[in-house]
Design a protein around this ligand. Structure first.
Ligand code: NAD
Length: 311
């Protein structure tokens, strides 16, 4: 049993992670400022005496005794991270400095939830961990992309300079129950619009592809990465390499929901990446991990969640 800190624990991925850690018998401290997360995501955990919740903003230092840290605090969808871009960069960068400082002080192992956005709009497809990316440093997505890139830099500098026990994962599009209904991310968008009978928003021609990983698969990969030997730092890609166009996703959602919504085409937002797909050979060989949940099954779970949440 370990004392584990999850920053951003009241968010979508964080709440599933807290659940899994508690189920494995750990003592979990969930820290969140509720910017995009909500107590509702974790209220089913309140009765567990091993679960503790703290309202705190990671841009300020934190003094607690833990042996492991999962650093997830950061708004993840463009609508939310562009709401206050300066705060987004602060959350990534100051948040990383504060959590790394904590890890250094208490000699904790720390895992950073980085992102496929560090690859930007890639010229290499699919993306292996060795690819350095193609990121616009001055665009409207930069607060997130560059913030996350700088956080990775800090993790590796703490590793080289202070021997901090770090792990870095690069998460590709993940979906599932407890996604924010208005976060503008494609899976939640399509499902919510289909359930409400509204037009389905397709940006561009809808031929751009994405890969979608179900949250249970992702959390399994995160736990496996955290348990690797000291010195195995990553970065490691975690995502589902199955590639779908936006039109394919929309059709599947409409069929599963049984909706008569129509498709509505809109211009592509600035810097929207055309393709994204992870190379997961490192995760396969090192973590013996690969996604197991088929898109259709994951969508069914997510649709069931939103059906309930919207009524
Ligand atoms: N969901 C994805 O597809 C995806 C992909 C790549 C990376 N990630 C990363 O995974 C992590 C979790 O993402 P998510 O999808 O669960 O998003 P989310 O928005 O649901 O979760 C983020 C959580 O962090 C909290 N938070 C934000 N700023 C904070 C601050 N300054 N102090 C304390 N808490 C703060 C939010 O309130 C929220 O609970 C993020 O770091 C994100 O960048 C997610």
């Amino acid at each position: 049993m370990k004392k584990i800190l999850v920053t951003g624990g009241a968010g979508f991925i964080g709440s599933h992670l807290c659940e899994r850690l508690l189920a494995a018998g750990h003592d979990v401290l969930c820290v969140d400022n509720y910017f995009t997360g909500t107590k509702k995501n974790i209220q089913h955990l309140f009765s567990n005496p091993m679960f503790e919740l703290m309202r705190h903003d990671v841009t300020f230092p934190l003094y607690v005794e833990v042996s492991r840290i999962f650093n997830l605090a950061c708004p993840a969808s463009p609508v939310h991270y562009q709401f206050d871009p300066v705060q987004t960069t602060k959350t990534s960068v100051h948040g990383a400095i504060n959590m790394l400082g904590l890890a250094k002080r208490v000699k904790a192992r720390i895992l950073q939830a980085s992102t496929s956005e560090v690859y930007g709009d890639p010229e290499v497809h699919p993306q292996p961990e060795e690819y350095w990316g193609r990121v616009n440093p001055i665009g409207i997505r930069s607060c997130y992309d560059e913030g996350k890139r700088c956080a990775e830099t800090l993790f590796f500098d703490y590793y080289r300079q202070h021997n901090t026990d770090i792990k870095v994962i690069r998460i590709f599009n993940t979906y599932g129950p407890r996604m924010h209904p208005n976060d503008g991310r494609v899976v939640s968008n399509f499902i919510v619009q289909a359930l409400r009978g509204e037009d389905i928003t397709i940006y561009g021609s809808g031929s751009q592809t994405r890969s979608f990983c179900y949250v249970d698969d992702l959390v399994e990969g995160m736990l496996r990465m955290m348990d690797t030997e000291t010195g195995f730092t990553g970065p490691i890609n975690l995502g589902n390499p199955g590639e779908f166009t936006m039109l394919q996703l929309a059709e599947q959602v409409l069929t599963l929901v049984g909706s008569k919504s129509k498709l509505a085409f809109h211009p592509l937002p600035q810097d929207d990446p055309r393709q994204r797909k992870p190379v997961i050979s490192l995760a396969k060989s090192k973590l013996d991990w690969e996604p197991k949940v088929a898109l259709e099954d994951g969508l069914k779970e997510t649709i069931a969640y939103f059906r309930k949440a919207l009524t």
